[in-house]
Design a protein around this ligand. Structure first.
Ligand SMILES: [Zn+2]
Length: 121
């Protein structure tokens, strides 16, 4: 799987049945955009364009989607920004830093509990 660095966009009335890699399809009538995950995993990512979804900015040449696209529900867990047809990847390190910190807290709590149990004996 190769991470994409750029994406093309295509305005269409209907969401196409076959979504190509590296293309963001934008349907204005359905206020929806769809593309294949930029990590190359092949999953389709639907981004509804509405106030509680994504905002699409088209400058006549390139498109920008805000906020970022975080595919937490996909196995790849990809997270990237789509700015002027460029894909800006968010490093996973911040996510792993959070989980490893949680793991540390769990270990500390476990140790405290063990000590308490020892004292009770
Ligand atoms: Zn992916």
């Amino acid at each position: 799987m190769t991470k994409m660095k750029k994406i093309k966009h295509e305005f269409c009335d209907l969401i196409p049945k076959s979504v190509e890699d590296g293309v963001l399809y934008i349907s204005i009538p359905y206020a929806t955009a769809i593309h294949k995950c930029a990590c190359g995993c092949g999953w389709e990512v639907v981004t509804p364009i509405r106030t509680d979804g994504w905002a699409l900015n088209w400058d006549g040449d390139t498109i920008t989607l805000t906020p970022s696209i975080g595919n937490w529900n996909l196995p790849c867990q990809s997270h990237y920004f789509l700015v002027r047809n460029e894909i800006i990847w968010v490093r996973k390190s911040s996510f792993f830093a959070v989980t490893s910190r949680t793991r540390n807290i769990v270990q500390i709590l476990r140790r405290i509990c063990r000590n308490i149990i020892k004292k009770m004996d």
